[in-house]
Design a protein around this ligand. Sequence first.
Ligand SMILES: [Zn+2]
Length: 343
Amino acid sequence: MALLPASIRVIVRDWLNANHVLLLDGDDNVLIDSGYVTHADTTLRLVREQLAGRPLPRLINSHCHADHMGGNAAVQRVFGCTLSVPAGEANLIERWDTQALWIDWAGQRAERFAFDAVIRSGDRLRMGGLAWTVLDAPGHDMGAVMFWNADQRILIAGDALWQRGFGVVLPGPGWRERLAAARDTLLRIRALAPAHVIPGHGAVFGDVDTAIATSLARVEGFENDEARLARHAVKVMFSFALMDLGSLDEDSLPDYLATVPVYGEYDQAFLGLGFTGLAEWLVAELLRAGALSRRAGKIVAAWRLRVQSRRRMTDEPGPASRTLRASGAGRRPSVQKKSRASR
Ligand SMILES: [Zn+2]
């Protein structure tokens, strides 16, 4: 069983909040990714617990989607840290491009922030007492980066690779380039042969070949089928928004979809259902996938129900369940110092 170095603390969150990777080195501590804006208080508490009184001078984003950067402003305020973002995201952040950042356009939220520096492919960073190289990770986000430590073969992958998949790739102009980039990023990760991947969501894992094969198969399924990519993107965007909202009156779903630009755009271009038809299709698809449930005229994000039933079953009064209640997080935040798998 291979271990991650003790200087790397992975705070595993859920699908609304990206994982936080804290790299500890005396007073020079670094946090990668800050979670979603509405759970910033939980993020601050979890990070503070791991820092245990040490300062946090540096915050870095793997990419600038709302689940990775939504807590930036709060973290900057509390810790007074500098923020570095990938060079490819800098312009979007400066302009606060709510379409390219998938904020208003996709019904997501984030607090606006300013950054101090950019990082780009080839940059060398010292984090957690280890040497890291910044690598491009385009596909899901064309400006995304990942962080590679060659000595211990550790990859901090962001949304370029999870244990079972990777971040959604959008349809629309440039979709073939984005899919090709996602494939290329996966192949470059395979060539690195990491011993540990610290993903943007979900547990740290070591069986990289299986994870890459799963993701490459997914890429293949989308190639030459932009409409399939669009249907997938609509489901991902709505599932994410529902995690944020918690629940919605099912009757109001067509009106909700009409207020968020992504749905009208993709429906017109790919699905042709209209908002009522799109609402029916979405509910049916996400019920089938187990991503939502119906409760008294409402649709509810399924992970919230799972959290509630686990609370009832365990009824734990301890600090962990307080964290759970306060955050509304889909799973109990846990800190991983060890990889669950070894190669
Ligand atoms: Zn993302």
